[in-house]
Design a binder for this molecule. Sequence first.
Ligand SMILES: *[C@@H]1O[C@H](CO)[C@@H](O)[C@H](O)[C@H]1NC(C)=O
Ligand SMILES: *[C@@H]1O[C@H](CO)[C@@H](O)[C@H](O)[C@H]1NC(C)=O
Ligand SMILES: *[C@@H]1O[C@H](CO)[C@@H](O)[C@H](O)[C@H]1NC(C)=O
Ligand SMILES: *[C@@H]1O[C@H](CO)[C@@H](O)[C@H](O)[C@H]1NC(C)=O
Length: 189
Amino acid sequence: MVISAMKTAIILLLALKAYAEPTPRTLNSLCSYLDDGNETVSNLGKTKKCFARYLPELESEGATWSQGYSACQKDTTSERQSLLTNATGAQEEIRAAALDMSSFIDQCLALTESLDFFNCFAKMAKLQLANVYSISFNATEQALILNKKLSRIELEHYRCTNQTEQKYVKGTDKIFRSLDQCLQQSDTL
Ligand SMILES: *[C@@H]1O[C@H](CO)[C@@H](O)[C@H](O)[C@H]1NC(C)=O
Ligand SMILES: *[C@@H]1O[C@H](CO)[C@@H](O)[C@H](O)[C@H]1NC(C)=O
Ligand SMILES: *[C@@H]1O[C@H](CO)[C@@H](O)[C@H](O)[C@H]1NC(C)=O
Ligand SMILES: *[C@@H]1O[C@H](CO)[C@@H](O)[C@H](O)[C@H]1NC(C)=O
């Protein structure tokens, strides 16, 4: 009985350390509970009841946190996916324009006659300059838009996890206070 209660208390201490700012009072009462070698059997029974009552509540808070966290994760992933999918149109246009230029250059490179070769490249500026500017301009614009939207998604993700975290901290804090009160009552009985 003592061993299993100690195990429970140690798990609680670890949970406190891992997730929430432990309220010193709770920590103290848990520690004094562990240190007390001369608990009466009836006190142990009451202590056990406290844990039996509040541990499931803590577990439920943990499950809620976990669900909230994965919901945030899922939203972020799908928003990113949607954003990148939306960008493929512009990406394809730029790719097509670049390939067009590339095939023009390839065609000039394939010419062996010097005059044809020079003439071909001489025409390049006139024909392709607009293309180069269009590629550069559109790519710059797209990169800016993507960056802005990705930042917004990141911020949204932070807000979502922050909220989940706050709810968890508040929820567990309330439960720990109740548990603390329950333990103190069993101490004085
Ligand atoms: C046991 O409990 C009594 C009364 O609550 C206290 O005076 C005593 O110091 C305790 N003994 C130990 C070893 O903690
Ligand atoms: C993607 O495009 C659709 C339709 O234009 C729009 O409803 C959606 O909000 C866009 N997604 C993102 C992340 O910009
Ligand atoms: C650049 O964007 C304009 C306007 O959206 C579009 O008409 C043009 O085809 C695009 N050009 C390239 C190379 O992406
Ligand atoms: C995160 O939550 C805390 C507590 O509610 C709040 O003070 C803080 O402003 C939040 N941060 C953001 C970026 O929402």
